[in-house]
Write a protein that binds this ligand. Structure first.
Ligand code: FES
Length: 575
């Protein structure tokens, strides 16, 4: 517990008054509570993305109870509140369409209410960035408690994770797996509460948040159903009360150094390409200048040392038992790849938290001289096909395709792809480059995870398991392949991707960070004149707001009017 000095909290503007306003605030919010809870103690919000429609977060109601225990114990007053929850597997057309909307819900809920600090309960992919973005725009003290990963899948004696879904699906298409065996895997894959157990976007974001310093050590990796996660939630409840007394706002933690740490950690764990877009958006909320090129600058030479699917062999449950994130941070720090002094929410620096962290399984957390991939991180590609950048995850790609030249097979949108890909007459071979347009932020809209297009069955049947694929879409963090994503500007705004035609030659050179369409500037200019922009009117509603205001992938795809920190001051009240 910090050395507490009495202070007037923000919530005293609601609960501290002795007039009719104070009366109604205490009377209404105090239902079922003793009157002395309004003695000036800090009020802590527990922002909960619990929902039965978000199975990965379905246990967050119980987690919230443990957070409350800690808050009460430390002398705070907890109030749990819901925000929109985005379940990655079921929400349509794509959960990313709603990330910015949820962030608005979070920001406005925090600012509008008598809160002095907040604990953010999240887990499934978009729930983490949306809560952190929203809270960062208010800049109160905050701690993230993640739901944690699910248990490893078990299928006829083998350990399986969600990455096997892509593999199994392709095995069925290739005729190597029966449909019955595919169906039998269903209940074996998702055995417990929690987020996907591989290094997908949910685990990546939880780790990146830990690397930013916004959570307690081991928050990312303790399995969802492990009793130690509930103890961590309890400790987070205690700690957020201290943070409010010490007035440690999120911006104190979210420094430029913290973001650089997060980028390097993402490389070391083989994290998802989705971290790029979310971290850029979070940085935008706190006014930290972070660019796409920073991902290459700080992540390029970081070896991936955590051997987790989809890049490697193990899963998050194994990662925790092997020591979890602290020994990874330690390894980075010992090689000068971590800002040791970056502050974390437990009041200690990253180095103080990790300097004695042991590794229990050097197969899961490998030594630096025996990495999973020597150059992990995210490759940022540029060229006439992506003037503002594109990304590729080298650790998930096939080494022989990292330098490749091939003939484009173009799909105008995801429906066009679905209509053509199974056609045996499709003019495609294993050296071709599959190109998908109109799947970016405005084009889809919502930048869906469709970039890892499945290969044509006739190619799979030839034993080919990977092809170069290029799009303005995203890719699930659980997926793999030589997949170029986030091509910017996107096709729907007239980016060069819109101009690619069947038969064009595309050259990819990851080492040189180059993505080039071998078509002359004159021809591209001519095609641009002929180009007809897709309709961007969708009949109003939230989708129209999204299309009108979403930014491009290279800056985080946030809404233009949401970028920045608006603080937590409220200068008017209606009573
Ligand atoms: Fe929720 Fe993967 S679907 S974390």
């Amino acid at each position: 517990m910090s050395d507490r000095k009495p202070r007037a909290f923000r919530s005293s503007a609601w609960f501290g008054k002795r007039d009719k306003d104070g009366f109604i605030h205490r009377s209404w919010n105090g239902r079922g509570l003793p009157r002395d809870v309004f003695d000036g103690r800090p009020v802590i919000g527990i922002c909960n993305t619990w929902s039965e429609l978000t199975p990965c977060n379905a246990h967050l109601r119980q987690i919230a109870e443990h957070v409350k225990r800690g808050i009460w114990e430390a002398g705070g007053l907890p109030f749990e509140f819901p925000v929109m929850s985005t379940g990655e597997t079921s929400i349509r057309p794509t959960a990313m369409l709603y990330r910015n909307l949820v962030s608005m819900d979070v920001e406005e809920s925090i600012r509008a209410n008598p809160l002095d600090g907040v604990v953010l309960l999240c887990g499934c992919d978009k729930t983490t960035p949306s809560l952190v973005m929203g809270a960062a725009s208010c800049d109160l003290p905050a701690i993230v408690v993640s739901g944690g990963p699910m248990l490893n899948g078990k299928y006829f004696g083998a350990e399986i994770g969600i990455s096997h879904l892509w593999k199994f699906s392709e095995e069925v298409n290739a005729g190597n797996m029966t449909e019955q065996a595919f169906m039998d895997a269903e209940p074996c894959l998702s055995r417990s509460a929690g987020s996907c157990g591989v290094m997908g976007t949910a685990s990546t974001m939880a780790i990146v948040i830990d690397a930013l310093g916004l959570s307690l050590p081991h928050n990312a990796e303790i399995p969802a159903v492990d009793s130690r996660r509930y103890a961590l939630a309890h400790e987070a409840g205690r700690r957020i009360v201290d943070l409010t007394y010490d007035d440690v706002a999120m911006s104190t933690i979210l420094t430029r150094q913290a973001f650089e740490n997060a980028i390097r950690v993402n490389g070391a764990v083989g994290g998802s390409t989705n971290a790029v877009i979310h971290l850029l958006a979070i940085a935008g909320r706190v006014g930290i200048p972070l660019s796409l090129d920073d991902w290459d600058r700080f992540g390029r030479d970081v070896p991936t040392i955590v051997d987790l699917m989809p890049s490697g062999r193990f899963m998050m449950e194994d990662f925790y038992y092997a020591g979890g994130l602290p020994p990874v941070l330690r390894a980075l720090a010992e090689r000068g790849l971590l800002h040791k002094d970056a502050l974390t929410v437990n009041g200690r620096t990253q180095w103080e938290n990790c300097r004695e962290a042991p590794t229990f399984n050097p197969e899961v957390i490998r030594p630096f001289d025996r990495p999973v991939v020597e150059h992990g991180g995210i490759a940022v590609l540029r060229g006439n096909l992506a003037p503002s950048g594109a990304v590729l995850k080298p650790s998930a790609a096939s080494p022989h395709l990292l330098r490749h030249r091939g003939r484009a097979v173009v799909f105008e949108n995801i429906e066009h792809y679905k209509a053509r890909i199974m056609d045996p007459a499709l003019d495609v071979d294993g050296d071709c480059v599959l190109v998908l347009k109109n799947s970016g932020p405005k084009g889809y809209p919502g930048m869906a995870e469709v970039g890892n297009m499945g290969l044509p069955p006739k190619i799979l049947q030839q034993g080919v398991t990977d092809m170069v694929r290029i799009s303005d879409a995203r890719m699930s963090g659980t997926a793999y392949g030589t997949v170029v994503l986030h091509v910017t500007p996107e096709a729907a705004v007239g980016g060069p991707l819109a101009l690619v035609r069947d038969g064009d030659i595309i050259a990819l050179d990851v080492e040189a960070r180059r993505l080039h369409l071998e078509v002359s500037d004159e021809e591209l200019a001519r095609r641009l004149e002929e180009w007809i922009a897709p309709a961007t009117t969708v009949g109003g509603g939230y989708r129209q707001l999204y299309i009108n205001h979403v930014g491009q992938a290279d800056t985080g795809a946030d809404f233009d009017f949401l970028v920045g920190c608006r603080g937590h001051a409220i200068d008017r009240e209606a009573h």
